[in-house]
Design a protein around this ligand. Structure first.
Ligand SMILES: [Fe+2]
Ligand SMILES: [Fe+2]
Length: 194
């Protein structure tokens, strides 16, 4: 899976992609779980989840273009690959492996395998992914930035200010890539990986 992930990213020939692969590897992206307690909470889960989101998004893209051919200009394959494989870059450095199996009376089995520690670069979720990628020198389009930044909207928005909700609505109105990545993330997490 790691090689497939790398090959797909390299297939875009995007400026900065080699640096992104190196930095992800350094942070432990390829061994990280996708979550601490939910979908794919096992070693390599984040890699598997990212590929699942990419596959689903490419499939849905095809269907949507059949239904509305003009979408082809707004959903370039390279953008779908980059926005899906890298949408959860923010998770590369947040998981810590707990010691499980030690016996502390009847509570031993309650210790989760992973815990979450946001202290390394505490910026949020989608916005953290975008900033990390830009810091590493990846050339992102505006649509890719919006898609990655807002891919968690269903979870983030109830806690956001009216100003941020307005920005999200404006992004959604102009960026089909955002809706595609958000939908593929949900379909992968809640159906394929459930
Ligand atoms: Fe996410
Ligand atoms: Fe995700």
């Amino acid at each position: 899976m790691k090689q497939e992930f790398i090959d797909r990213l390299k297939s875009t020939s995007r400026e900065g992609i080699e640096s992104v692969i190196t930095e992800l590897d350094k942070l432990g992206f390829f061994l990280a779980p996708a979550s601490s307690r939910f979908h794919l909470n096992r070693e390599g889960g984040l890699l598997e989840h990212s590929l699942n989101v990419c596959n689903v998004a490419l499939d849905v893209r095809e269907v949507m273009i059949v239904r509305r051919p003009s979408l082809v200009d707004k959903l370039p394959i390279d953008s779908v690959i980059i926005a899906t494989l890298l949408h959860d870059t923010c998770k590369a450095d947040i998981y810590r492996t707990n010691i499980v199996g030690s016996t502390i009376g009847k509570f031993s089995s309650a210790i989760p395998k992973y815990s979450v520690d946001y202290s390394n670069f505490p910026l949020g979720h989608g916005e953290k992914s975008v900033i990390m990628l830009l810091k590493w020198g990846l050339k992102l389009t505006d649509d890719e930035i919006m898609a990655i930044r807002w891919h968690m909207h269903a979870w983030d928005l109830p806690f956001q200010s009216p100003d941020i909700k307005g920005n999200f609505q404006a992004a959604k109105a102009t960026c089909p890539l955002l809706s595609l990545i958000q939908a593929a993330d949900g379909l992968a997490s809640h159906i394929l990986e459930a």
